[in-house]
Write a protein that binds this ligand. Structure first.
Ligand code: URP
Ligand code: ZN
Ligand code: ZN
Length: 461
């Protein structure tokens, strides 16, 4: 057995001072215990012990914008465990003309044997048709219970199709997430800025203003309400979008996890990401094309949006914190848009730094139990993995992070494991590091460095 002693365990019931024993990939005991000579003992004195952190929104090995994301499942999950994330929920993506079962097969092959963190898949449905409808029960049997639709990009579905998806997914208790941006408006605004000769990165946020997100959030909420189905608004970035969530929750008398838990019917879950609570859109005016490093969609916003999102985290209106990790090299891939901001591949890295950065943003304003809920328990609940994941309880999977809150270090591309030549958090000093990271009971990282173990497993939900 491996026994973690002397730590402060952050359990669903609160903080507990006890030992935790792991065996054969499971947490087998929490309580007082005397190790035997055969046991491996991990001294967690001065540390918090969390259930492994779960990143519910990553894009690894994703072909997009004429290129492929810089991180695949090997480098992406190596970075994940180095930072304390033990499970990622990535987006298997069905492209036009493909079928969803084949898309799942493709994404499983991308991950199998390479993943240091556990992995599950949402299915991004980009071509809704009768075959996909027929395949959904088989997908569910394969363990895929969460889905994503887009309202923007060439992957967008129509409102009619999204309503259909929501209705079908509801039948087996799944949840549907949505990229809420009005794609028609984005295209129109991009054309206007390009026609006016405004081709640099500062046009990116102007072409995707808050109204573009808020209108789509409002529409997705009404579609969820019509279908009486649970919905997940991913990467919420604006105060205006938050107002739409509040209005929809109030009008329907529903809420997210803190209000109603995880049983069926119309629910609005909300995800946001650390970058939207840290950076404002002034970064898009940086010289030397540096703004391209922050080109993601939705874009970074105004200081008032940052304040609103942070307030929503504090009040429990935001359920989960993910990364939307979608990495592209600055020296090559991002350069595609030097002359035309619409050609910059959208996305930024973050899978390695989410726990430390998020804790830096909120500090003592949130408790360890809040961090546990937002980074682990809630994503496990929303995506159908709880309590196997997301909880330090007996019989749960032994995904465990021993977190040293006093270990101060500086984030830099020079010391990261993300396979990309920059980090948006360059130079940020954080206090807190994953000292020991166990994936299925196997030591996957120590002091921010991966071990040789490749212990990630597919999570059939
Ligand atoms: O810019 C981003 N976020 N790219 C990733 C794909 C998405 O929209 O989530
Ligand atoms: Zn998205
Ligand atoms: Zn995304």
């Amino acid at each position: 057995m491996t026994i973690i002693t002397n730590g402060r365990l952050i359990t669903p019931e609160g903080e507990v001072r006890a030992s935790l024993a792991m065996k054969d990939g499971k947490i087998v005991r929490i309580g007082e215990m005397t190790p035997s000579p055969d046991d491996e003992v991990i001294d967690a004195a001065g540390c918090l012990v969390y259930p492994g952190f779960i990143d519910g929104h990553t894009h690894l090995d994703l072909p997009v914008a004429g290129t492929v994301t810089a991180d695949d499942f090997a480098s992406g999950t190596t970075a994940a465990v180095a930072g304390g994330t033990t499970t990622v929920v990535d987006f298997a993506t069905q492209y036009k003309g493909d079928d969803v079962l084949n898309a799942l097969k493709t994404w499983k092959e991308k991950a199998e044997g390479k993943a240091r963190a556990n992995y599950a898949f949402h299915m991004a449905i980009c071509d809704w048709n009768e075959q996909v409808r027929r395949d959904l029960p088989a997908l569910r049997e394969e363990g895929v219970t969460s889905f994503k639709v887009y309202m923007a990009y060439d992957t967008a579905l129509t409102d009619e199709q999204i309503l259909d998806v929501l209705t079908e997914v509801k039948k087996f208790g799944g949840v549907t997430g949505c990229h809420c941006e009005n794609g028609g408006l984005v295209t129109a605004l991009q054309k206007q800025y390009l026609a006016a000769g405004h081709t640099d990165t500062s046009a990116h946020p102007l072409s995707r203003p808050a109204e573009v997100e808020a209108e789509a959030v409002n529409r997705f909420c009404y579609l969820g309400r019509l279908a009486d189905a649970p919905i997940n608004i991913v990467h919420l970035s604006t105060e205006l979008g938050l107002h739409e969530v509040r209005r929809a929750r109030e009008a329907a008398g529903c809420g997210g996890l803190s209000a109603h838990g995880i049983s069926g019917g119309f629910r609005i879950y909300v995800e946001s990401c650390p970058q939207y609570m840290l950076f404002d859109d002034s970064v898009y005016a940086l010289p030397d094309f540096e703004g391209a490093k922050y080109v993601c969609s939705p874009p970074l916003r105004k200081p008032s949006d940052i304040a609103a999102l942070k307030g929503a985290v504090m009040s429990g209106e935001i359920d989960t914190i993910a990364t939307d990790h979608c990495s592209f090299r600055f020296d090559t891939q991002k350069q595609a848009g030097r002359e035309d901001f619409t050609k910059i591949p959208n996305g930024a890295p973050g899978i390695e730094h989410r726990p430390a950065v998020f804790m830096k943003i909120f500090g003592d304003a949130l408790t360890p139990s809040d961090y546990m809920r937002l980074l682990s328990e809630n994503p496990a609940k929303v995506f159908g993995m709880f309590p196997r994941k997301g909880a330090l309880i007996e019989e749960a999977d032994a995904d465990v992070v021993v977190w040293d809150p006093e270990d101060a270090w500086t984030i830099s591309a020079a010391n990261q494991h993300q396979r990309v030549d920059y980090t948006p958090f360059e130079g940020m000093t954080v206090s807190g590091r994953a000292k020991y990271v166990f994936v299925n009971g196997i030591l996957a990282a120590k002091d921010g460095e991966p071990t040789a173990a490749v212990a990630g497993q597919y999570i059939r939900r």
